[in-house]
Ligand binder design. Structure first.
Ligand SMILES: CC(C)(COP(=O)(O)OP(=O)(O)OC[C@H]1O[C@@H](n2cnc3c(N)ncnc32)[C@H](O)[C@@H]1OP(=O)(O)O)[C@@H](O)C(=O)NCCC(=O)NCCS
Length: 223
């Protein structure tokens, strides 16, 4: 297995890291769809729409079309959660990576490289905490599918942990969704703990049971 090393982001990585980030997020919508269509409340809605259409129109075809529309709308809502998050990120912090991560105090952006190819990425940015605790957010972690399972994700997280310790942060926080099972597994293995769950600010996330998780890794006792 070829070796990789972790280094600071440079401008020539720009298009590759944006692409790796976008793919790493949008790949999860099939998992989210499966979850949505496993929810009893969704099947109750589908049945109710079918029966209502049947009673009001008397047409089996119209009722089936109504059910198909429900499936389509729920699918599009799910897919849109991932794609609108990517669009927003690419148009904000990921638009000028150098300025937003390398030219600001307490921030950083790293990539993992193997034989001249980018095989992973991660970023760190100060996270405002109402209690005044000095926290850093781990974000934009992604490893292309063909390079997974080689310890790159873990090494990138450890790079952030190391950076946070050296920078004097008290804790690392991060946000991921329940559907990103590989990342949930990875963060738990590294000792991160879930401190809160919430429904992201998109339409119907509660109905779709689209749960986001906040993880925290405390550094205070290590200093
Ligand atoms: C989460 C992610 C970065 C993990 O990257 P990775 O390089 O595969 O992670 P590692 O190789 O360090 O493995 C970490 C753990 O996940 C397991 N794992 C995850 N995906 C695996 C795969 N495809 N094959 C084998 N093992 C895998 C490893 O076995 C390891 O578990 P262990 O510590 O119990 O042995 C990667 O799956 C990814 O980019 N996902 C899409 C983007 C994403 O969701 N990012 C998180 C944003 S919050």
């Amino acid at each position: 297995m070829t070796e990789y090393h972790i280094r600071l982001y440079k401008d020539s990585d720009y298009h590759t890291v944006r692409d790796i980030f976008a793919r790493g997020i949008t790949e999860h919508y099939p998992v989210a769809l499966r979850h949505t269509f496993s929810l009893p409340r969704v099947w109750i809605l589908v049945l109710a729409v079918f029966l209502l259409a049947l009673v009001t129109t008397g047409s089996f075809i119209v009722s089936s079309v109504a059910v198909a529309v429900i499936f389509l709308v729920l699918s599009l809502i799910n897919i849109n959660i991932f794609f609108s998050y990517v669009r927003k990120s690419l148009a904000t912090d990921m638009l000028d990576i150098r300025k937003n991560y390398l030219q600001r105090d307490g921030c950083c952006f790293w990539v993992a490289e193997s034989e001249g190819e980018i095989v992973g990425m991660v970023a760190a940015v100060p996270f405002p905490h109402p209690g005044g605790q000095n926290q850093v957010e781990l974000r934009r972690l992604s490893v292309p599918k063909k390079h997974r399972g080689r310890g790159i994700g873990k090494a990138l997280c450890k790079t952030v942990i190391d950076f946070a310790q050296k920078s004097g942060y008290q804790a690392i926080v991060l946000d991921t969704s329940l559907h990103q099972m590989d990342s949930v597994h990875l963060y738990k293995r590294l000792g991160f703990q879930i401190t809160a769950t919430y429904y992201p600010n998109y339409y119907f996330t509660k109905f779709l049971d689209f749960v986001d998780l906040i993880f925290q890794y405390d550094l205070v006792k290590l200093q």
